[in-house]
Design a binder for this molecule. Structure first.
Ligand SMILES: [Zn+2]
Ligand SMILES: [Zn+2]
Length: 395
């Protein structure tokens, strides 16, 4: 099987790199991926791959049925880019002002399209049904995955797999682990109203900065004292606006503060969010200020299924890809919505330059760089291997 897949990938040639570079040059922001979606749909039509009806927005789900019975496997790529000004000097640099594929979703899209095109030409490899899920807006709440779930794709799909490229680890490495891998996130926003007044007459006013100064320290006591010390969680105060710069003798009337909550466990995130709200209200009441609370419960934690992880790990071993054992991260990924419904797993697939000529770059950086010529054919081979293994192992 390995040799056959290798041959299919080499016959596919450089197209996966060319497609990734085309997408890289033409990035679109989350929920605005109209041209990218059209490009994907045109390619699927050309390859003779039908698409599911009733999929919302710029997401697209192609599918192929095999002649042999088997499982319904979903393979997922996200398609959106970020609001960044690219600083790389590359021939395929972004030509859309202020927008850049700075997380590698261009690579995900190119690899998944290549898998789809190869399977369309080699249907003998398909057992059951394979779904190619091109998801809009992974980067921007509420994310594209939650709508795909509402559109019913997880009623059809039994197992979902994905890779996310990793610009910090070299080609030939992978991070695939069982359990909680990415955080559940939430945001809060407090609008606090006191009573404005003269600095010389504080007793006639009610400064909203007083509850805020208290809240900044007490919010941070939630992870420290209200959560299991062995749990992984954090609260950030990210913004605070009050008063006018340099106006020293006026007590302000209003203040705004907010930030985010992250935990590796979705229930813990929910608990922390309710504590943040409770504390905000209680502290403002203590200082006799009014408070308006807005909260957003974002993506749940990504929990990788053990059987899916074992399969993805075996596929990596078969291709000689080194498994890194990276601790979970408090970043977020809306792949979690699929994994909540059916056994699923997502791996981080090394795409930093193995020769060291290009320094590894962080994700969401204007210098974000992928060693695509080395890494994308391997990523393609990997996803095909994962798919074929899933057909062997799952029914
Ligand atoms: Zn990202
Ligand atoms: Zn991403």
């Amino acid at each position: 099987m390995n040799k056959h897949i290798q041959e299919l990938v080499s016959r596919y040639g450089n197209k996966v790199v060319e497609n990734r570079r085309y997408l890289h040059a033409h990035p679109e922001l989350s929920f605005q991926e109209e041209k990218t979606a059209r490009w994907i749909r045109d390619a699927l039509i050309k390859a003779g791959i039908p698409m599911l009806e009733g999929i919302s927005g710029n997401s697209t789900v192609g599918y192929l049925k095999g002649e042999r019975p088997g499982p319904s496997i979903g393979l997922r790529a996200d398609i959106d880019a970020l609001g960044l000004v690219e600083e790389n000097k590359l021939p395929y640099k972004s030509i859309t002002p202020g927008v850049m594929h700075g997380c590698g979703h261009d690579a995900h899209t190119a690899v998944l399209l290549a898998v789809a095109e190869i399977l369309a030409a080699h249907r003998e490899l398909i057992k059951g049904t394979v779904y190619f899920v091109f998801e809009q807006a992974e980067e921007f709440l509420p994310g594209g995955a939650v709508q795909l779930v509402k559109d019913g794709i997880m009623d059809k799909i039994d197992y979902m797999f994905a890779i996310h490229v990793d610009a910090e680890n070299p080609v030939g490495t992978i991070d695939i682990e069982e359990g909680s891998r990415f955080a559940a996130v939430g945001t809060y926003d407090f609008k606090i109203t006191g009573k404005g007044g003269h600095g010389g007459f504080p007793h006639t006013a009610n400064n909203p900065l007083l509850p805020i100064s208290h809240l900044i320290s007490s919010l941070n006591l939630i992870p420290a004292l209200k959560c299991d010390p062995l749990a992984n969680c954090t609260i950030t105060v990210s913004y605070l606006h009050c008063g006018i710069d340099g106006v020293a003798n006026v007590i302000p009337e209003k203040a705004v503060m907010g930030g985010c909550v992250r935990a590796l466990d979705t229930h813990l995130r929910d608990f922390m969010m309710s504590e943040v709200e409770r504390l905000g209200r209680a502290v403002c009441a203590a200082y006799n200020c009014d408070i308006e609370v807005s909260t957003v419960y974002g993506y749940p934690a990504v929990v990788n299924n053990g059987n899916c992880v074992a399969l993805m790990a075996d596929a990596a071993d078969e291709l000689g890809i080194t498994r890194l054992h990276v601790p979970p991260r408090l970043g977020a990924e809306d792949f979690s919505y699929f994994a909540e419904k059916k056994p699923s797993a997502i791996a981080w697939f090394g795409l930093a330059d193995p020769s060291g000529t290009h320094e590894p770059t962080p994700h969401h950086s204007p210098k974000f760089y992928l060693s695509d010529e080395d890494g994308l054919p391997l990523a393609l081979m990997y996803m095909l291997t994962v798919y074929c293994k899933a057909c062997e192992r799952f029914h």
